[in-house]
Design a protein around this ligand. Structure first.
Ligand code: BG6
Length: 474
């Protein structure tokens, strides 16, 4: 037996990519709502093209998502049919506090998630809740410049206190910030940051980071006080960086690249800024806006487990000529000649998953939770009305095997596995619907046309069996 008894098999989604109903139930506008599909998405996501309102020339896929808001009962029923033990979802901050800085929460928003969690409970599904998944109320972006402002910590904690008190009997597993390191790569998507000409972008990113790290520690404290039984995790966009050659310069470069990301978890899990980061930030002239008490807060309120997403490993070189070949829309990487890639160029590396799990476990010695993994692919509905997604089964099978090896052969402690987009949803990086991850197909195209009808793919039955056998039948 490799997967422990009670292993949390399930799937993952996020409000900004599946909920839709962006103006219903008293909800306020969020950063995800102003992210258009198409060529402007990337510059807006980087915070370099400032488009803070919606216009008629763009299509905004988050506005309708896959309409989980109105389909949640049907969707959760399908998850239960697959045997889900857990369901990862995020709360839309602006459904609870439409402007982010409101005095009182929006009851309709609170009730919506209460209904969702109770629906999960009906089927014995444990919710795993991300407090912020690429989600900032637009009012906070416009009024305060989002996380660059220290006041964000108070707004975030107020939001946390409200949801912790309301859902304390319904939710046990919490994640403070989705892919917290993504602030470096897609700062508007991840943290609502936009930049003006002449801004010291790195300084702003690390100021925002510091505020998020303090907020995360204080949220952990609050969660433990309000819900002594709960577990709070950090969440890293993980994937080890390999060196392009055995040249020690390449090896050093790969170590530095990994540290760029580990840095966040080093703070959240070990409780202090690591020396390598303090030195590097000092060399770059970046000031960390420490206030009195921050260091103690970080030290005392570390996370209980390490959640992470894994899609791919990365590859880097110290040689600027070689590194020119770097590609990728979120994480820059060289093409690894030993790996195949998805249609979106994301390289497929199941052993890299085991490597990444071992690195994280060696480093933090805390239980891991795999909260995202999967293959974004184009699916075709056949004339018989089926989706034969053998490529997805193949990807997941190999990755689950690698996870099994990490558990069985390496002794890594893993709490659960929630593959990304268990039901098709909007792609965060491209805004497309055709980049699908799900076991459940949703009839909706890139331009927002379709019936929203749900359809079980071949992988649905396959995953059902994986769960029923606790990972023995792959
Ligand atoms: C992670 C995010 O970065 O990867 C998700 O947490 C995202 O929100 C997922 O959807 C897959 O990326 P994409 O761009 O294919 O949707």
């Amino acid at each position: 037996m490799s997967f422990p008894k009670g292993f949390l098999w399930g799937g993952a989604t996020a409000a900004n990519q599946c909920e839709g109903a962006y103006q219903e139930g008293g909800r306020g506008l969020a950063n995800g709502d102003v992210l258009p599909a198409g060529k402007d998405r990337f510059p807006v996501g980087l915070g370099k093209l400032k488009m803070l309102t919606c216009d008629a020339n763009h299509y905004y896929p988050a506005h309708q998502g896959i309409d989980f808001y109105h389909h949640y009962k049907e969707d959760i029923k399908l998850f239960s049919e697959m045997g889900f033990k857990t369901f990862r979802l995020s709360i839309s901050w602006s459904r609870i506090f439409p402007n982010g800085d409101d005095q009182t929460p929006n009851e309709e928003g609170l009730q919506f998630y209460e209904d969702v969690f109770k629906e999960c409970q009906r089927y014995g599904i444990e919710p795993l809740v991300t407090i912020t998944h690429f989600d900032v109320p637009m009012n906070l972006v416009e009024k305060y410049g989002s996380w660059r402002h220290r006041k964000m910590i108070d707004f975030y904690l107020n939001y946390c206190e409200t949801i912790f008190k309301r859902y304390k009997d319904l939710v046990k597993y919490w994640l403070t910030f989705n892919e917290i390191n993504m602030v470096l790569h897609l700062p508007f998507v991840a943290a609502g940051l936009t930049f003006e000409e002449g801004d010291h972008i790195e300084q702003i990113k690390y100021t925002a980071t510091h505020h998020e790290l303090v907020a995360s520690a204080l949220a952990t404290k609050l969660a433990h006080e309000i819900m002594p039984e709960c577990q709070v995790g950090c969440m890293l966009a993980a994937g080890n960086t390999y060196a392009n050659t055995p040249n020690p310069k390449d090896v050093w470069q790969s170590m530095e690249k990994d540290r760029e990301n580990y840095f966040f978890i080093d703070v959240q899990s070990r409780g202090a800024y690591p020396n390598y980061a303090l030195k590097e930030l000092e060399r770059k002239g970046i000031n960390i806006p420490f206030e009195e008490g921050d260091q103690d807060i970080l030290k005392q309120h570390t996370v209980d487990f390490i959640a992470f997403s894994y899609y791919s490993s990365r590859l880097t070189s110290a040689d600027p000529e070689v590194n020119k070949m770097t590609q990728g829309n979120v994480f820059a990487t060289l093409r690894n000649p030993y790996l195949e890639a998805s249609e979106w160029g994301w390289q497929i590396d199941a052993l890299g998953f085991r490597i990444t799990m071992n690195s994280l476990y060696d480093r933090y010695q805390k239980p891991l939770f795999v909260v995202e993994n999967g293959l974004g692919a184009v699916d075709v509905v056949t004339d018989q009305g089926t989706v034969e997604d053998d490529y997805r089964i193949e990807y997941l099978r190999e990755h689950i095997k690698a996870m099994k090896d990490a558990i069985e052969l390496d002794g890594v402690q893993v709490l659960g596995y929630t593959p990304w987009g268990c039901i098709d949803l909007v792609s965060a990086s491209t805004g497309e619907m055709k980049k699908r991850y799900g076991f459940i197909y949703v009839d909706l195209d890139n331009d927002g046309n379709g019936t929203m009808k749900r359809l079980k793919k071949k992988s649905f039955d396959w995953y059902k069996e994986v769960i029923a056998s606790n990972g023995e039948v792959l």
